[in-house]
Design a binder for this molecule. Structure first.
Ligand code: C5P
Length: 217
């Protein structure tokens, strides 16, 4: 039926931050709210897709009809995405921590005469790049680029570097984008750049889901 153009399609959406343990009580994380990713999962489900939402730690309700998998670390997020394959669509919205502490202390680190501990960081897997270059590759892989300057130029470079099909670029220097309810995005594809007016994250999500359905039809 026309109203459910994604019926029979499988989608994976990552959302929220990741939290990388330092010790049993401390984590390395970021300010992602998860709102845009949750809105995209909801919009894809509304169009009939079978959606797995892989969520980092956020305080948001699970959208209607969406299968949610809660994770904490980048490595858990990647494993949950791979477990949800095969998929037609993959949208990586999560603000994945680029690094994690090399080791997790087994017990709470204590203040002491030695002064503050040195944190050694190691690189996390890039989930978007891994899924874009892996097997089975979803037909449509979409990434996000949150930048504070040269947004579109960085997004075009990111498209090539990650191997995804589209990059949704947004300027997070605009007050309120991170954690807020509105977003102004540009859709960057190998064919060009399309700029969308600032609007509610739920609108951005519905427009994106509709575009994805057109792409797969
Ligand atoms: O390289 P950068 O972090 O700016 O790229 C952002 C895009 O890559 C987002 O779509 C984000 O979800 C994804 N990403 C990822 N795994 C990482 C880092 C970023 O999936 N480790």
């Amino acid at each position: 039926p026309a109203a459910k153009p994604l019926a029979g399609r499988r989608a994976i959406v990552t959302a929220g931050p990741t939290a990388e343990p330092i010790d049993p009580v401390r984590v390395l994380t970021n300010r992602s709210s998860g709102k845009q990713g949750f809105a995209i999962a909801a919009a894809l489900a509304e169009l009939g897709a079978d959606v797995t939402l892989v969520a980092g730690p956020v305080a948001l309700a699970t959208p209607l009809g969406v299968k949610r998998v809660d994770v904490e670390t980048a490595r858990e997020m990647l494993a949950a995405c791979e477990a949800a394959l095969p998929a037609d669509i993959c949208v990586c919205v999560a603000a994945v921590s680029d690094w994690r502490p090399e080791t997790e202390a087994g017990s709470k680190m204590k203040k002491g005469a030695d002064g503050p501990p040195a944190l050694t960081l190691v690189e996390n897997p890039d989930i978007l790049a891994t899924l874009s270059n892996g097997f089975p590759r979803p037909k449509l892989v979409v990434g996000f680029a949150a930048e504070t300057d040269n947004v579109e130029a960085y997004a075009q470079a990111k498209l090539a570097k990650k191997g995804c099909d589209w990059i949704v670029a947004n300027d997070v220097s605009i007050t309120g984008t991170m954690g807020g309810d509105d977003n102004a995005v540009s859709i960057v594809t190998p064919q060009g750049i399309e700029r969308w007016e600032r609007t509610a994250k739920s609108d951005v999500a519905r427009k994106l889901a509709t575009r994805m359905a057109e792409e797969l039809s």
